[in-house]
Design a binder for this molecule. Structure first.
Ligand SMILES: NC(=O)c1ccc[n+]([C@@H]2O[C@H](COP(=O)([O-])OP(=O)(O)OC[C@H]3O[C@@H](n4cnc5c(N)ncnc54)[C@H](O)[C@@H]3O)[C@@H](O)[C@H]2O)c1
Length: 435
């Protein structure tokens, strides 16, 4: 079982310098976690290089970015993007008979989800082919990257890849019921997760969210050896999730979003960092707080544990950053609402007896329950409604602060990680920001 290892000490400033190489392994989206670490790399004068997952037009062949898409992505990143499609997973990967797993699901109605069966070995065949495709693409990516390695300098890889929901219409209504359904629409995550469709999701999540990190470390072994032979160093960091410690009353308490079915893939990521560290490779996974990003948009209620971050900023020293955060958040509230009421409601929710049952670290990731989902979704809506403009909500502002703090902690700590798996709880992030 994973040991709970929160980061306790602010890491020292790292030794990265101008000309060192920062590689973002995944795409950069406007409000994504990676923005924080990319800003740090730029500030340190590192050369920033990015990746792309590629594109599929109407679910067709995987292709690189067009010249226009590439120019836009490079402008957004502020660096060169190696235009080799690095999409992971096998949902669209044809088997020997030419059919992909999602094509095999054509015509199936959402109500029949429990009786779906793939033929013997069919998922495994596509999984292996998808993995081979990813490895072959990664080899091309690494061969384009190798000449950019600074002689005697440092390379920092930041892995941000996560996902793998099979891209077929059948899944959206089912996942909407699992993550957003109440009353008659509620679908418990446990039977779904134990079904054949759940197994398909699990295998695909493992490929995208977990195994891409191991494959990156493996496929860069030769490059790493070359860099090290020249006196340089290669380091790897990845974004994990395994619940988060937030300020409730007087203490930082571990809690989690439920049902985080991708949790098994995230634990795989942790295992990869532990194994790499044992082999003398500098690699660490940083388990980060729940924030609002493109990827977390499906998980309504994931943001509820973000509100107490404002209280953590005060508790860890306050000062100009905390005051500015309060002013910025207060300015987003509807007339008549207050931050005090918002924080009190969030805390009341997070400490409710029903939610305390969902704080089982050893049993993580837990499955959802009907009452828990109804409670979470209702509170999520109530707290969101306290912001005046639903396009500019308080938790978006808090998300930005958190990804900045996380980016700085990961960047600094990557130089000499305090451990292979570290939780970045609200306390250490707040301390970093107010310092
Ligand atoms: N949002 C949160 O609450 C939260 C909490 C803790 C950790 N994280 C982690 O942070 C990281 C970045 O996520 P984010 O929330 O900022 O969202 P994001 O949408 O900005 O990033 C998701 C990343 O996954 C990549 N990706 C998606 N599908 C892929 C596929 N099939 N193959 C390869 N790459 C694929 C995207 O290119 C992108 O880089 C992820 O590892 C995520 O699990 C997020």
């Amino acid at each position: 079982m994973t040991e709970y290892t929160p980061m306790k000490n602010l890491p020292a400033a790292p030794g990265y310098k101008k000309g060192d190489l920062f590689v973002l392994f995944g795409e950069l989206f406007g409000r994504g976690y990676a923005n924080g670490i990319v800003d740090e790399a730029r500030r340190a004068g590192m050369t920033v290089v990015g990746a792309t997952v590629g594109r599929r037009d109407n679910g067709g062949e995987l292709r690189p970015l067009t010249a226009e898409e590439l120019a836009e992505a490079e402008a957004n990143l502020g660096g060169k993007i190696i235009n080799v499609p690095l999409e992971a997973g096998f949902d669209l990967e044809p088997g020997a008979d030419g059919l992909s797993p999602v094509e095999r699901l054509k015509g199936i109605k959402p109500d029949d989800w429990a009786s779906v069966r793939f033929g013997e070995g069919v998922l495994e065949e596509s999984r292996q082919r998808g993995a081979q495709r990813f490895m072959a693409q990664l080899e091309k990516f690494v061969s384009e990257l190798t000449p950019l390695a600074p002689v005697g300098g440092s390379i920092l890889f930041a892995h941000t890849m996560a996902g793998g929901i099979p891209r077929t219409r059948l899944f959206m209504p089912l996942l909407n019921r699992i993550f957003k359904g109440t009353g008659a629409k509620f679908l418990p995550s446990e039977p779904f997760w134990n079904s054949e469709l759940g197994r398909f999701c699990r295998l695909n999540f493992n490929e995208v969210t977990g195994d891409t990190f191991g494959r990156l470390i493996e496929q860069t072994a030769t490059m790493r050896a070359g860099v090290e032979a020249g006196g340089g160093t290669v380091r790897y960091v990845a974004y994990g999730y395994h619940g988060c410690g937030v300020l409730l009353g007087d203490e930082y308490v571990w809690q989690s979003y439920t049902p985080y079915v991708q949790g098994e893939a995230k634990m795989r990521l942790e295992d990869i960092a532990v194994a790499a560290t044992r082999n003398g490779i500098i690699a660490a996974v940083y388990n980060c707080p729940e924030i609002q990003t493109n990827s977390s948009a499906l998980f309504l209620g994931v943001e509820l544990s973000l509100y107490p971050f404002l209280a953590a900023l005060e508790r860890e020293g306050g000062g100009p950053v905390a005051e500015q955060a309060r002013r910025d958040c207060a300015a987003l509230l509807k007339e008549g609402e207050t931050l005090e009421r918002m924080l009190a409601e969030a805390e009341e929710y997070l400490c409710a007896p029903l939610m305390v049952e969902y704080r089982d670290f050893a049993g993580w990731p837990q499955h959802n329950g009907k009452e828990q989902m109804a409670f979470m979704l209702e509170r999520s809506q109530e707290l969101m409604a306290m912001s005046a403009d639903q396009k500019r909500v308080v938790c978006a502002e808090l998300s930005r602060l958190v990804f900045q703090g996380v980016g700085r902690l990961m960047f600094d700590d990557s130089w000499a990680p305090q451990g292979p798996v570290l939780w970045l709880n609200h306390d250490i992030i707040a301390r970093r920001l107010v310092a």
